[in-house]
Design a protein around this ligand. Structure first.
Ligand code: ATP
Ligand code: MG
Length: 562
């Protein structure tokens, strides 16, 4: 066993695997898979499943496959396949040479279905969708046998072959497993194995097939073919486990993986359903799947969330069978902890007001040095130019204020971060009483330290007006203003809970010169403001656009308490 395994907290899945290894099951091998359907982009819930499946394989020196469960061609496409691969890689996991598609097995799945027919375990049924539903019964009433249930093996073989050959219309026939129409588990009431779908072009198999295997059948057979030992899935599949086992037992496959269910991740203030995320994209409520407000992995990447923080989050929330709803603060805390360690500091003025230092020589530029990280000297220093005209944030000045306001006040002093102490002498306003400029004076003796006996408590950030660079800053916030947007019974639709302030765009911000060459995706701490990264899509032709990744502190806690 590897060292990593020892440090990780255990969970019930690890306990099952430990017991299996102890008992010599699967010769002690662990082989898992992450099985997305390529019908949308991955979200934070999938991250939990990815970290779990690939994590178990890593910890037990096993293997994890990436397998696309692609049995619904009308909802799937290559764009989703590519996006999913990119996201899994970005999260830090490697499927090596084990990239598979269920469609790789369509011929084998067909042959297994023929085997079921030959064994008398499957039949072709001509009931239409509505009749099939009626015959199925309900939770409290048993179903009824289909009148086609007792077709002969030969007739079934012939019909199934002709289904494949394209002789029958969509919906006119189904291949069904012959199990038990009276089973208390509805999934066992002769579930469909194959359906007819004409005229769809499958992203992997083109127009080769006009019949497609159903998910429940495909999933277990694909697991078995791939030599999966532990088929980890979410709780809603618990009722499908008897069917999973029935197919593999009935087919007598050489390998019979064990299905283990865990609870899905639900994240407060977010949506973890591909169907609903698709709606946000299709109705242009957000700016695509990778909109930084989306709970998709690509959205979080664009927003600047480090993959290490997402992995840490998945570790912290753990794996259980209990339904849960995880607080957004836990994710934010993981993001902040990681970013605090790795982000270089920089100064950016989001809502600028100009100050003129009247006793500083015109035309002079002083190259001051600033540390890139307060605790980590290895991150080095950078040069910040100081000039007569600077910008500070409007929120950092008041004409009058009490001692609690530790920023610049008329006739009082404040320290400019990494630079001098200044005093505000005069406030210049326009005709609308708006402040347009502050006239200040600086004390040359205060660079880097307070001279003895001098108490200046407040420190504010600034940018040289001459050397600073204009930037657009996008202040992102939670996309929803309700902790459970999609399960609130009081509204018809989760759209009602969209946060109208989830994006505020500032167009006049000024950032320090060193940021003009920012690498998209790299996150900086704008001192006193939060963590920001240059946007990977919008920074074009010298235009700078920064996304706020996360604030420095949890600003929602205050709102929720009030
Ligand atoms: P959605 O409901 O968002 O469409 P899905 O389960 O249909 O999700 P799949 O592509 O089938 O999406 O999911 C791939 C894997 O990810 C499955 O094993 C599924 O159980 C797991 N998964 C999906 N959503 C979550 C979640 N919220 N928490 C944990 N695992 C999840
Ligand atoms: Mg699914």
């Amino acid at each position: 066993m590897s060292e990593k395994e020892v440090i990780k907290p255990s969970n019930f899945i690890r306990n099952i695997i430990d017991a299996d290894i102890e008992a010599g099951k699967n010769d002690g091998h662990v082989h898992t898979r992450f099985p997305p359907e390529p019908n949308g982009y991955l979200h934070i819930g999938h991250a939990k499943s990815i970290c779990l499946n690939f994590g178990l394989a890593n910890d037990y020196d096993g293997l994890c496959n990436l397998r696309f469960d692609d049995t619904n061609p009308h909802k799937e496409n290559e764009e989703f396949v590519d996006a999913i691969k990119k996201d899994v890689q970005w999260l830090g996991f490697d499927w090596e040479d084990r990239l598979f598609f269920s469609s790789d097995y369509f011929e084998q799945l067909y042959n297994y279905a023929v085997q079921l027919i030959q064994q008398g375990d499957a039949y072709v049924c001509d009931l239409n969708a509505e009749e099939t539903r009626e015959y199925r019964g309900t939770l409290t009433e048993p179903g009824k046998n289909s009148p086609y249930r007792d077709r002969s093996v030969d007739e079934n073989l012939d019909l199934f072959k002709r289904m494949r050959a394209g002789e029958f219309a969509d919906g006119s026939k189904l291949l069904r497993a012959k199990i038990d129409m009276a089973s208390p588990n509805i999934n066992m009431r002769d579930p469909a194995i194959y359906r007819i779908r004409h005229g769809v072009i499958h992203h992997q198999t083109g127009n080769e097939w006009c019949i497609y295997p159903m998910y429940d059948y495909t999933h277990c057979v694909s697991d078995a073919i791939e030599g999966v030992t532990h088929s980890v899935c979410t709780l809603e599949f618990a009722d499908h486990r008897p069917l999973y086992d029935w197919f593999l037992d009935t087919l007598k496959t050489a390998n019979h993986p064990q299905q283990i269910e865990f609870s899905r991740l639900n994240l407060q203030y977010a949506i973890t359903s591909k169907r609903k995320l698709t709606r946000l994209v299709d109705e242009n409520i957000v700016d695509g799947w990778d909109d930084p407000r989306m709970s998709t992995i690509s959205g979080m990447r664009r927003r600047g969330y480090p993959s290490a923080a997402i992995r840490e989050f998945c570790e912290r929330i753990g794996v259980t069978k209990a339904d849960n709803s995880v607080e957004m603060e836990i994710l934010d805390a993981c993001i902040r902890e990681e970013l605090n360690k790795i982000s270089p500091r920089a100064m950016a003025v989001l809502n600028p007001v100009k100050i003129v230092i009247t006793n500083y020589p015109e035309g002079q530029t002083e190259q001051l040095t600033a540390p890139n990280h307060p605790q980590n000297e290895e991150m080095g220093t950078r040069v910040v130019p100081f000039t007569r005209e600077l910008y500070i944030d409007r929120a950092d000045f008041k004409e009058e204020a009490n001692n609690k306001f530790k920023r610049l006040v008329k006739d009082k002093e404040v320290r400019l971060r990494n630079a001098y102490v200044i005093r505000c002498d005069e406030v210049i306003k326009d005709n609308d009483d708006e402040i347009v400029e502050l006239r200040c004076s600086y004390d040359p003796a205060t660079l880097g330290a307070n001279p003895e006996g001098r108490k200046v408590k407040g420190v504010i950030h600034w940018v040289s007006a001459e050397h600073g660079v204009k930037a657009q800053v996008r202040l992102y916030d939670r996309l929803f203003n309700h902790p459970h947007p999609d399960s609130d019974k009081d509204v018809e639709d989760f759209i009602a809970h969209l946060n109208p302030d989830s994006l505020i765009t500032l167009t006049d911000s000024v950032v320090e010169q060193s940021l003009s060459e920012s690498i998209p995706g790299k996150v900086y701490q704008f001192e006193r403001e939060g963590y920001f990264c240059a946007d990977s899509e919008l920074c074009r032709d010298g235009k700078l656009v920064f996304n706020r990744t996360v604030t420095l502190r949890d600003t929602w806690a205050k709102i929720e308490q009030s």
